[in-house]
Design a protein around this ligand. Sequence first.
Ligand code: ZN
Ligand code: ZN
Ligand code: FE
Length: 762
Amino acid sequence: MILRKRIEIEGIVQGVGFRPFVYTMAEHWGISGFVLNDSRGVVVEAEGALEALAGFLFAIRSNTPPLASISRFELSDLPPTGLPGFTIKQSDESAAAVAQVAPDSYVCDDCLTELFNPADRRYRYPFINCTHCGPRYSIITGIPYDRSKTTMGEFVMCSACQAEYDDPTSRRFHAQPNACPDCGPVLTLTDAHGESVKVDDPVATAIELLRDGNILAIKGLGGYHLAVDAENDTAVCELRKRKNRDEKPFALMSYSAEQVVEYARIEAEELPLLAAPERPIVLLPKKDGCCIAPSVAPRNRLFGVMLPGTPLHYLLLKDSFTSLVMTSGNVSDEPMIFEEDDALKQLGPIADYFLTHNRRIHIRTDDSIARFMSGKSVLLRRSRGYIPRALFLKKQMPTILATGAELKSTVCLTQGDRAFLSQHIGDLKNSEVFDSFKQTIAHLQQVLELTPQIVAHDLHPDFYSTRYAEQLTGVEKVAVQHHHAHLASCLADNNHDGEAIGIIFDGLGYGDDGRIWGGEFLVGGFDHFSRHGHLSNIEMPGGDAAVKEPLRMALSYLIRVYGDNLPSLALMERILPDDLALYRQMIAKGINSPLTSSCGRLFDGVAALVGLRDTVSFEGQAALELEQIADLEEEGCYPFNLWKDEGGFALGYPALISSIVDDLLSETPVPIISSRFHNTMAEVALSATRMIWNATGLETVALSGGVFQNRLLVEKTKYLLESDGFTVLTHSRVPTNDGGIALGQAVIAAHQVAKTRGESHV
Ligand code: ZN
Ligand code: ZN
Ligand code: FE
């Protein structure tokens, strides 16, 4: 029996070798018909005998090319035509809008084999790629995705490359960045002033320079990295000095997982994450006494490690280094540099040499960061490799722009059942970062062809993202409370539609009452929320200064609990008497000492209390160290009280803080104290959840907020809640920190607007 089927496929199916793949499968199964790209994805008409057709359909659904991902696959019947042969039809390029742009990707196995095959015409060519791999998002200047709308449009293909490009059976059929040494981009080595260094093999010379301890600026997929030999402590220290970066860990890159296991521990389940085409930086535990320079990640039990993301990285690392430091090419808090001129100006004073090339990066995308927690991979920074892949939502959304928060800024655009979360942008207080924020919005709107009707933003009136939203005209604006957005982001991450209990352990966010929230026990869904409880409000002496100096927070908790009779802790000796008097007065009189219910500040305060650190050079540093020092065997827990407060029930500090102080006075080891504190916070979450369950009967709990980047806390809290019968939702696709806020804002705005309009479609 001969049948003919029409197959409509949506998802990332354009520019990833999907049509040649369908063509090959049709040949294999003896299917006639055609395949073409249309505005929504790929359309196939396939005709053949029942069994062959079944085999063909199974193959194209399950055997897809590595970069493809199918979100919709729909079949319908057509009358057979009897026409022989299978063709790739000219596409209808008029409206390629909804079809998704693919993210930048690693080097596929086939290209890697060619890269190191002396007989191949692309032997050691740093820009080798095919439809299964290579640059995408970072080189796209417009749509439809076509060579002329990428930064590869400046290069004219040679006849050999063009033949591959035109051949439906080639792996490079319509591979837009296709290139070879005869026609494509070239690598150059320059000194710090941009003067070209004449050498036969820039890669070989770059390796020698790195071996000699030089700092190299290397152009990657989404921007420049600064590289040094990770085993050379002098070079790493020099890089720290020149980059003006105190202690924040540097990322590492190694040729393969075999090199990584020389210095870090990889669980079997973490390996696919490390080797994923997205090539995120994965946080892995250090091996004691390993070869890596101590200054790579001082006072940190973890390394951030990635495998090579480009052919150039492979060439640099093959048989040369166990690992290279590959840190973002920027100056302290500024955005990663991605343009030639900027690179020379800004990185010239840091780098000794530049290894660069003439394929322009159109939009900057920083490296992504992932960590394995409670059995799944969790993105702490969703950026290169993942952007602009859509996050699928359960319901239809209007076109919304959500402008996110302020630190770890990202933005989000929605259309239909898709949300497009942008790459990591950074801290908007930096003016260069704010420029990048505006460029990212413009670029995303362009490549996705979306014009927002609604703009969602944070409730905080002073966030740059709020001010940006407020000056837009002709759009409906929706202000969203920060921790409600965290909750909604976690619900959307898990495709959970209904209400849930939200345990939001966060840094700082503007509350409904104008206070600074951050340790919240909420109930809500996409269209509403209510605050059932929180951590007790506590003074932050000096406001922002207390964020940078956890010592001030420690003192604030001590004064709250002990009043005038402060215990004689080591901490007290580190505070000057004048400062002590000043902070006391600030707290007593409420001078420049805003109240906060932040959980991040509690972690900071405890870290300072136990003597881990009094000041931090980056957000979350003290809490991170507290987590890492914990003794994982310890199961003890401190007493705590939840009492009635104006904003629902509240966690009181006296029992908790005085127990920690007693432990310190009796010289209990800090790792034990840290573990007991973590256990206590998990118990606090459980008690709060039970109280809310009593009032609401809700059995689903969403954990969100920056503090839940803490693996120990996530795992303990999840375990306790699940043991008690609750269903626990945690983040995985979207960051739990403020990098995930924009998604939550967008879904909340969609529901609120629908509600006010009296619609029910979302
Ligand atoms: Zn490839
Ligand atoms: Zn060529
Ligand atoms: Fe937050």
